[in-house]
Ligand binder design. Structure first.
Ligand code: C5P
Length: 230
């Protein structure tokens, strides 16, 4: 179950992030570098995490005109990463242009709807009139038809995706233990519920990074996930 967890390293700089992961090196396989850390540290943080043996998900959610995203993807592919993502809202042409350059060992993942987006906000602000579940399914279909290997979505929206697109790898943020604060996430599930919903990867940030004892929080989460299986 540990290999399903992707720890979100939402830290302001490399020193803080590397200090944080040092005690977890033996217990954790995947880490996620997002905009905050990457914009500050650039390529070097990806190399440093790779050198420490982690698999790296570079969560930059690329979204621009197809030509710009294609060139940005080619630049990023110089880095030793294992997963990269793109906003499906950028459209199929944008995704296809990026997918042309994907090396076999790197997963390209499409972002459907952010887990901080409620159905009401999506309909009101983004002007999408279908339900969240149908929207996530449609975006997932576009992602898979455009050369992505999977999608980022809330585990709450996985049912139809798993039913209709069995090959689609699901990467699920919005994970909270019962005792954790929700923060800005709107559509959340516990680690056990996410495993039950058949999430392939669980992206977990503050439930571990803000815990009093992060190692213990990680172990408890793994335990909770394993209890579902047995
Ligand atoms: O701290 P928390 O567990 O909420 O962190 C979730 C992480 O997953 C953040 O780094 C956030 O940027 C990312 N993410 C998300 N929802 C998405 C895609 C990525 O929360 N749809």
């Amino acid at each position: 179950m540990r290999e399903k967890i992707i720890l979100a390293l939402d830290f302001p700089d490399a020193a803080t992030a590397l200090d944080f992961v040092r005690p977890l090196e033996q217990d954790l396989r995947w880490v996620k570098v997002g905009m905050e850390l990457f914009y500050k540290e650039g390529a070097s943080i990806v190399h440093q995490l790779k050198d420490r043996g982690f698999k790296v998900f570079l969560d930059l959610k690329l979204h621009d005109i197809p030509n710009t995203v294609e060139k940005a993807t080619q630049s990023l592919l110089q880095l030793p990463m294992d997963m990269l993502n793109f906003h499906v809202a950028g459209g199929s042409e944008m995704l296809q242009q990026a997918a042309k350059h994907r090396p076999e060992h790197i997963l390209f993942i499409g972002v459907t709807q952010l887990t901080s987006t409620s159905e009401e906000m999506m309909q009101k602000d983004l002007g999408i009139s279908t339900s969240m579940e149908e929207t996530v399914l449609r975006y997932s279909q576009i992602a898979m038809d455009s050369g992505m290997q999977g999608v980022v979505c809330s585990p709450k929206d996985l049912r139809l995706v798993k039913e209709r697109l069995p090959k689609c790898i699901s990467v699920c943020p919005g994970i909270r233990r019962k005792q954790d604060a929700t923060n800005d996430q709107k559509r959340i599930m516990t680690p056990a519920e996410a495993v039950q919903a058949k999430a392939d990867f669980l992206v977990i940030g503050r439930s571990i990074t803000k815990a009093e004892d992060p190692s213990q929080a990680l172990d408890e989460i793994v335990q909770e996930m394993e209890n579902v299986q047995s």
